[in-house]
Design a protein around this ligand. Structure first.
Ligand SMILES: Cc1cc2nc3c(=O)[nH]c(=O)nc-3n(C[C@H](O)[C@H](O)[C@H](O)COP(=O)(O)OP(=O)(O)OC[C@H]3O[C@@H](n4cnc5c(N)ncnc54)[C@H](O)[C@@H]3O)c2cc1C
Length: 503
């Protein structure tokens, strides 16, 4: 059975080097910048042990002695994709969609790696045995894998080896009998400080001459020489759960990873000095599509939460039944159902790896479409809610303490209220809304939804490559071919998809 939340919290008390505001954090389970979020993650592990949820969140693989988190399981049918989706949904609802990199995100990526192990047989280094051991270690231990697979934004016009210094991006600086020494940095380690291990690699293409930078490995977070330089903590800035209900509990943190001459044993290396396998492990295996499966379910959950918030806000303002407001609510419900139906369609149109009976993953065209849709839509959802909420998001006492103040309390109770919503109830709702829509935490979420799957200049051209533009061009060309200067109306003609289901 997967470990308990307490086991998870205990495992965080190691020698990990987490830096915040110039301070080396001694224990993230106690520190005010991290402790509540650590508990929110521990709660996910506890859910997996709960009667009634255990079968949703865990599965016992054929021949295995104990069960593993379902996200680690390799699905082999549509039914197993559906089961995995239910697990994603259960965990994402526990954070209302605000923990993007919960442990199931990368777990499902690892299940993707082992679905196509041949990709790891590089020209100079065969990582397949290490991959197998890695999968067993992570799944059997229900370990939490964080990852940094993006090079820092130093000079985006130059390849890794053309940067002005050699060690700006993680690269190999020494080869030893028992492993390698790496130096350099990677961004952005979301939830990295909460993980058991971090996988370091590169998801974007490297130039052929960048072999020193073409490697992937997974090591414990407390490995000597690993440093995590945290961004501003929204959890630390939260006044209370009442005042900042989301940022006080679901601030998954983002950190710059610095490898300061870190020793990586060979058995932790997955790809090495191989530009092709280091790239294809993300794109040639189902890893990426598995990420979208988890992320698509979480996104749909987040839109459910935000739409529910819009309904509560408009009811509190007594505007809910106004026809224009009904239009806006209708638009939000429509958007969330688009997000939901993309997940369901991507499951139904699943693809198989390596022939019948092999691992399956969600449909790649729909997964790509989701990536394009989700980043563009999220800011519109926020804008719609802000329009509905008006000044009530701002006209709030600085903190819930004012409600209990002998002089201020009665004033706040009198003027900050609406029909059926006494002050405490209204302030509680509007503070939740501001945390989701306007706070620093909310802004970070907007940036997250736009960029966590990569930058548009990378993924949009990718959609063109995978989207069979030739068929679309041929379809429109067939219209042009059906008439000419002076011709009358053309007779019936068949398009490129005729007689097929469009797939
Ligand atoms: C909140 C958040 C959390 C994240 N978490 C993680 C994580 O856990 N692990 C991880 O590995 N990564 C993570 N990322 C990083 C993410 O993968 C990258 O942000 C993403 O790949 C985009 O890269 P970039 O930010 O370097 O943008 P860039 O590639 O620098 O692009 C930024 C902008 O510059 C312009 N631009 C740059 N280059 C070009 C070009 N060649 N052509 C045209 N326009 C260009 C575009 O306008 C583009 O939108 C996270 C990002 C965010 C925002």
């Amino acid at each position: 059975m997967p470990r308990s939340g307490q086991d998870y919290l205990d495992s965080l008390r190691d020698g990990r080097a987490v830096w915040l505001d110039g301070e080396l954090v001694k224990d993230i389970t106690e520190h005010p910048a991290f402790r509540n979020t650590a508990r929110s993650i521990a709660n996910l592990y506890d859910l997996a042990q709960q009667d009634g949820l255990r079968d949703t969140l865990t599965v016992r693989p054929d021949g295995a002695e104990s069960s593993v988190l379902r996200a680690y399981h390799v699905p082999r049918s549509h039914a197993e994709l559906v089961e995995r989706r239910k697990a994603f949904k259960t965990w994402s609802e526990a954070s209302f969609g605000f923990l993007g990199r919960s442990p199931d995100y990368m777990a499902t990526g690892i299940a993707g790696f082992v679905s196509a192990p041949e990709i790891f047989a590089g020209r100079e280094f065969d990582g397949r045995a290490n991959l197998d051991a890695y999968y067993r270690r992570m799944s059997e231990g229900s370990l939490y894998q964080s990852f940094t697979i993006t090079n820092p934004q130093i000079d985006r016009t130059k390849s890794a080896s053309e940067q002005e210094e050699d060690d700006l991006y993680v690269r190999v600086v020494k080869e030893k009998d028992d492993g390698i020494v790496v130096r350099g940095a990677k961004m952005i380690g979301t939830a990295a400080v909460f993980g058991d291990e971090i996988i370091v690699g590169t998801i974007e293409p490297l130039a052929p001459h960048d072999v020193e930078y073409a490697l992937t490995f997974s090591i414990p977070i407390d490995t000597p020489g690993l440093k995590f330089i945290s961004r501003t903590s929204y959890e630390a800035g939260a006044r209370s759960v009442f005042d900042n209900p989301l940022s006080s509990r679901f601030d998954e943190n983002d950190a710059l990873l610095v490898c300061d001459d870190v020793f990586v044993p060979w058995e932790r290396v997955l790809t090495y000095r191989d530009v092709e396998s280091s790239f294809l492990m993300w794109w040639g295996t189902p890893a990426y599509h598995n990420f979208v499966h988890q992320a698509g379910v979480r996104y749909w959950t987040k839109l459910e939460f935000l739409t529910g918030l819009a309904i509560l806000i408009t009811k509190a303002n007594n505007t809910y039944s106004l026809p224009p407001v009904q239009m806006q609510i209708g638009r939000l419900i429509g958007w969330l159902n688009i997000a939901k139906s993309m997940v369901l369609a991507a499951e139904s149109e699943y693809e198989t790896v390596g022939g019948p009976g092999g691992p399956v993953h969600i449909n790649r065209e729909i997964a790509s479409a989701h990536r394009a849709m989700a980043g563009d839509l999220y800011p519109k959802v926020l804008a719609e809610l802000k329009m509905l909420a008006g000044g009530g998001l701002i006209q709030l006492p600085a903190s819930g303490y004012d409600l209990n103040h002998p002089e201020l309390g009665p004033l706040v109770a009198k003027y900050v209220r609406s029909p059926g919503h006494p002050a405490e109830q209204r302030i509680k709702l509007m503070k939740l809304a501001w945390d989701a829509l306007g706070s620093e935490f909310a802004s970070r979420h907007e940036q997250y939804e736009r960029f966590y799957h990569g930058a548009p200049h990378v993924y949009l051209p990718g959609i063109v490559r995978d989207g069979r533009p030739d068929l679309l061009e041929a379809f429109t060309q067939s219209c042009l071919d059906g008439y000419d200067l002076g011709d009358g109306p053309a007779g019936p003609s068949a398009g490129p998809w005729s007689g097929r289901d469009g797939s």
